[in-house]
Design a protein around this ligand. Structure first.
Ligand SMILES: Nc1ncnc2c1ncn2[C@@H]1O[C@H](COP(=O)(O)OP(=O)(O)OP(=O)(O)O)[C@@H](O)[C@H]1O
Length: 311
């Protein structure tokens, strides 16, 4: 059974203060990061008509919450620091259209004692989160289904923000039109997904996404079919770069992304190793750019010397 959080007097007072703060800040929502179920009726009474989002690492903690008019977000990053989980909850809420990128949110969470909501923050989602909206993805009118795009973009944003074991990671996903894409690819060594059956290569699966984060540390691109199956990994992409203009500072990974999206009907999603920025290319152009949400600044970024367009 899911653990339950006692609806204490302290929680009641927290809800009242959060509601007052929400009014004062003209906040768009209250966000509760929870580690168990709560008496939903009491929470609804205490938060009145406010838009409330509940985020948890476990689906069962959120069970029946929607019956009380709460929005819910599942995180799947247990044991991560609270800051990471809050960030993820905000990103997911924006991606699911529960919050706009410019929203102000009153977040309530357990900052010190496990299982007790003891902390509150006023968060203004700045423009770093700004571009990640389903609306933007919808505007692309691609032949790649929205679900596949959203899953890939979410994963790319995770990779850009988290890196791996403290190190930044960059990578490239080429999504859709995979038969044509493969004609422009050659392997850069062993293909780590080769030999796995289709069910073990679907991006909708959490375990598969975790494996992708590992493989992303290797050189080359992922080729993904429109239905979100990883067709191949560690591929070098060579497509003609003629008629493509990109901003200065973008290197060969981004040129490859632009070129393949021009030469085929695929959407290319590049994660920059230098700064975690995710760019989505279609028809040779950057259609969407998502800045990582507060990744630590690295001074060595400024020493970066991009290769020339012909590379
Ligand atoms: N044509 C390509 N196909 C697939 N992967 C590529 C290609 N070109 C470069 N890469 C990958 O991108 C990595 C970084 O290359 P480079 O620094 O030139 O790219 P970049 O666009 O500046 O990207 P970043 O911002 O991540 O540094 C390479 O080590 C390689 O793994």
């Amino acid at each position: 059974m899911a653990p339950s959080i006692k609806f204490t007097e302290q929680l009641q007072v927290f809800c009242e203060i959060a509601s007052r703060m929400a009014k004062h800040e003209e906040a768009d929502a209250l966000l509760f990061l929870i580690e168990g179920t709560i008496d939903w009726q009491k929470l609804r009474d205490a938060t009145g008509k406010h838009h409330v989002i509940l985020a948890s690492d476990r689906k069962q903690h959120l069970s029946k919450a929607e019956d009380f008019d709460f929005d819910t977000v599942e995180l799947n990053i247990p044991d991560s620091p609270v800051y990471e989980r809050l960030t993820q909850a905000l990103l997911e809420s924006v991606a699911d259209d529960l919050l706009t990128p410019g929203a102000t949110v009153i977040a309530l969470y357990s900052g010190f004692e496990v299982g007790v909501i003891d902390s509150m923050s006023v968060v203004s989602l700045d423009e770093h989160l700004g571009r990640l909206t389903v609306h933007d993805l919808r505007q692309l009118e691609t032949r790649v289904p929205l679900d596949t795009l959203k899953t890939t973009v979410d994963l790319a944003v995770d990779i850009g923000r988290e890196g791996r074991e403290g190190k930044p990671v960059g990578t490239l996903f080429v999504v859709g039109d995979h038969r044509k894409v493969l004609k422009h690819c050659h392997p850069l060594g062993f293909d780590p997904v080769r030999g796995y059956n289709i069910d073990d290569r679907r991006m909708e699966d959490t375990k598969v996404r975790e494996s992708i984060k590992e493989i992303a540390q290797l050189d080359g691109a992922f080729v993904v079919s429109s239905d979100g199956t990883i067709i191949s990994a560690c591929q070098y992409i060579s497509a003609p770069a003629a008629e493509i203009t990109l901003s200065k500072g973008l290197g060969s990974r981004h040129w490859a992304a632009a070129a393949i999206s021009r030469a085929t009907g695929a959407v290319a999603i590049a994660v920059s190793e230098s700064n975690g920025t995710v760019r989505l290319f279609q028809n040779g152009e950057v259609m969407l750019r998502i800045e990582p949400f507060r990744r630590a600044m690295k001074w060595k970024d400024f020493e970066y010397d991009p290769p020339s367009a012909g590379d």
